[in-house]
Design a protein around this ligand. Structure first.
Ligand SMILES: *Cc1c(COP(=O)(O)O)cnc(C)c1O
Length: 237
């Protein structure tokens, strides 16, 4: 049974805890809290768990499946939708109008498809390039070498706003190791920015999930993507 008061209270407590941890991590890093955007990843969450988050002032929601993002965009108002999972080229046209930012552009063919369709539709989507900094075979994303090699082609895309980079690092509990992966992404961003002649500011670094967002903030994350920690205590409740 859906107990609205229980859900509201749990989500409010979880969010308060997350906001306090973000503030802490920012203070340690000498950064302002408003430099870090919280993207609440709602892929595991019921719609009834998401509404209280919106009432509590969260505006950016992330989904990993384009289909679910598009459906939920019709059901909830006032949301900036972020796509964080793989996008197939044949779903680009349907997904673009609903999406404020695509974090998961994982290859040149997808970027070029988005660029072409955005041109046809008169849109200018904001996108991030997903980079597999750990080099694991099981992960999506540009390899570090391929994003470097593709850079002239990235700069040639006229209908997309390539705002920065995203990564999904290997799971580890060790904060020092967590920071290494995030630092690699930041350094790669700095390198690509230097190759862009001011044409791409590359301001965004989308990195950090529920278990490693403090390390990501320490290394310069501007967007953190949190799911589980916001909905803790609800699955059986
Ligand atoms: C699910 C997901 C997240 C959120 O992970 P949590 O561990 O639930 O915080 C972040 N990024 C991506 C790409 C995801 O698929």
């Amino acid at each position: 049974m859906f107990d609205e008061a229980h859900v509201r209270k749990t989500v409010a407590e979880n969010l308060a805890g997350v906001r306090a941890s973000i503030a802490d991590a920012c203070e340690h890093a000498g950064r302002e809290v408003d430099e870090v955007e919280l993207v609440a990843v709602t892929k595991y969450a019921e719609l009834d768990w998401v509404r209280p988050l919106l009432e509590l002032g969260v505006r950016s929601l992330g989904e990993s499946r384009p289909q679910q993002l598009v459906e939920r965009a019709e059901q909830l108002e006032g949301v900036d939708w972020h796509l964080v999972g793989h996008l197939q080229r044949n779903k680009v046209r349907r997904t673009l109008p609903a999406t404020a930012c695509i974090h998961s552009v994982d290859g040149m063919r997808l970027l070029q498809a988005i660029d072409r369709i955005a041109g046809e539709e008169g849109l200018r989507p904001r996108v991030l390039l997903e980079v597999n900094v750990s080099g694991e075979a099981s992960k999506d994303g540009f390899s570090v070498e391929s994003v470097r090699a593709s850079w002239p082609d990235v700069l040639a895309c006229d209908h997309v706003d390539v705002a920065g980079l995203m990564t999904m690092p290997t799971f580890t509990e060790d904060p020092a190791e967590q920071r290494l992966a995030f630092r690699s992404l930041r350094e790669l961003r700095d390198e690509l920015k230097a190759l862009s002649d001011g044409r791409l500011p590359l301001t965004e670094l989308s990195m950090g999930t529920s278990h490693d967002f403090a390390a990501a903030i320490a290394e310069g994350a501007t967007m953190i993507r949190l799911g589980r920690t916001l909905f803790r205590g609800l699955r059986d409740g």
